[in-house]
Design a binder for this molecule. Structure first.
Ligand SMILES: Nc1ncnc2c1ncn2[C@@H]1O[C@H](COP(=O)(O)OP(=O)(O)O)[C@@H](O)[C@H]1O
Ligand code: SF4
Ligand SMILES: [Mg+2]
Length: 408
């Protein structure tokens, strides 16, 4: 049905996106230069109360979904947030886009704490922070046309696109994400998974936001399509200087796209740094364990890679271990780990040395351990050690056609 879509991206990007770039150019409310922190998250907490009783609800505890998260997002930067399922990634995302109110902490957008805003000021901020959801099968209303889905945000923010102008805007957005603008009247079921996610991305871009929070945007997609959607996001990020929070449950996908990476465990970030610091010089045992499970394309490197198998389950967020929350699964745990909470900071051993191991890591006994070995020199040289799944088969250019995504 949509075979005419193959190679679509070759024809797009340049033309359609010019309009979006122009809109950006015209928007003079953006004093932020690349590199400034556009978002500063401090001590962010979300506790869901656990109650007993039907008539007289009594709180007996709390699910500590997010339990003190700190990070900065610089203007024009892509920050990857990685962690196992249930560690609180989606809850962080929902708080950033105001779908959930935080229990505590602050979210500063351009210096202003948005958790304290309401009314018009909040509406203006919400416009600038948009979300791309995990599952393109459930996040698009099946009874709405693609045009109505992408244009829906204009109902709340008519100032961005006056009524007469909307159809053209939506068609521009379809073009920008590599879909045929003539598909504007089609329904979600007429598209494949990857194409649906492109529709979700177009909707995220509709209000010309500055920040995109993408919550596992490719996890629900076929491996063969994942790289293409990641490449599309990468291109859009650069083209529109978006600040990007890219959430994923494994480290292999985010390396390709992130400037920095934060690793989450049980409601907190346990290690954060540039992609080189995290992938090549990890110091937190949890990051090292996650990295040891990342697929390595190079067979020689793969042979020399050490697998770290974590024992036991992730503890319940309603019952977080004392001291270091990772201690029940950590092979290095000692008495101090039970007694003292390790702070997310540069560990003392690395403070005075000039090494990529000098980055924030919440571990009392932080040690550098290279888990993914350097690839053997040869034709593969220079390619990502932790490649994107499916990347091996995909063309190197970001403007790939969605040929692997033609089901339905
Ligand atoms: N509305 C809610 N009420 C109670 N617990 C919740 C709610 N939403 C999420 N949780 C719990 O919070 C934890 C973190 O969830 P989530 O942020 O979805 O994790 P992730 O996105 O990393 O998989 C999980 O244990 C989840 O069960
Ligand atoms: S503080 Fe202790 S338990 Fe926690 S990660 Fe470091 S060594 Fe392991
Ligand atoms: Mg999630």
């Amino acid at each position: 049905m949509h075979a005419d879509d193959a190679g679509r991206e070759d024809a797009t990007g340049a033309g359609g996106s010019t309009l979006l770039s122009e809109a950006r150019e015209a928007d003079r409310t953006r004093p932020y230069a690349e590199g400034d922190p556009i978002l500063e998250v401090r001590g962010l907490v979300k506790h869901y109360p656990l109650t007993r009783g039907i008539l007289f609800k009594k709180q007996i505890g709390a699910v500590k979904a997010v339990d003190g998260v700190d990070f900065d997002l610089a203007a024009g930067e892509t920050l990857g947030i990685v962690g196992e399922s249930g560690c609180g990634k989606s809850t962080v995302a929902k708080m950033l886009v105001h779908l959930e109110p935080p229990t505590g902490g602050s979210i500063r957008y351009k210096g202003e704490d948005v958790t304290k805003l309401s009314g018009r000021a909040l509406k203006a901020v919400r416009r600038n922070i948009q979300m791309v959801f995990q599952d393109p099968y459930t996040s698009l209303n099946p009874r709405m046309t693609v045009g109505d889905i992408i244009g829906e945000p204009y109902e709340i923010h008519p100032e961005v696109a006056p009524k007469g102008n909307r159809r053209q805007k939506v068609q521009d957005l379809l073009d920008v994400v590599g879909l045929n603008p003539e598909y504007i009247n089609r329904y979600p079921h007429q598209f494949s998974g990857g194409q649906r996610q492109r529709i979700g991305i177009a909707r995220g871009l509709a209000l010309n936001p500055e920040i995109i929070v993408a919550d596992e945007p490719v996890s629900a997609l076929d491996v063969s399509v994942q790289a293409q959607v990641v490449n599309l996001l990468d291109r859009l990020q650069a083209e529109f200087s978006l600040s990007f929070l890219f959430i994923a449950h494994d480290l292999s996908i985010v390396r390709h796209i992130s400037d920095r990476v934060g690793v989450m465990y049980l409601g907190r970030i346990v290690e954060i740094g540039t992609d080189e610091e995290i992938y090549d010089h990890p110091t937190h045992p949890y990051t090292q364990a996650l990295l040891s499970a990342v697929p390595v394309p190079d067979p020689t490197a793969r042979e020399h890679r050490e697998r770290i198998i974590l024992h036991g389950d992730v503890p319940s967020p309603a019952n977080i271990p004392s001291g270091c929350r990772f201690r029940t699964r950590c092979w290095k745990a000692q008495e101090r780990c039970e007694l003292e909470v390790p702070l997310l900071a540069v560990p003392a051993v690395f403070r005075e040395v000039d090494t990529p191991a000098r980055h924030d890591s919440a571990c009392h006994f932080a040690e550098e351990k290279r888990v993914v070995p350097q690839e053997a020199p040869g034709p593969e040289e220079g390619s990502a050690q932790a490649g994107v799944p499916g990347q091996e088969d995909a063309p190197a250019s970001p403007r790939t056609g969605e040929t692997g995504d033609k089901e339905g």
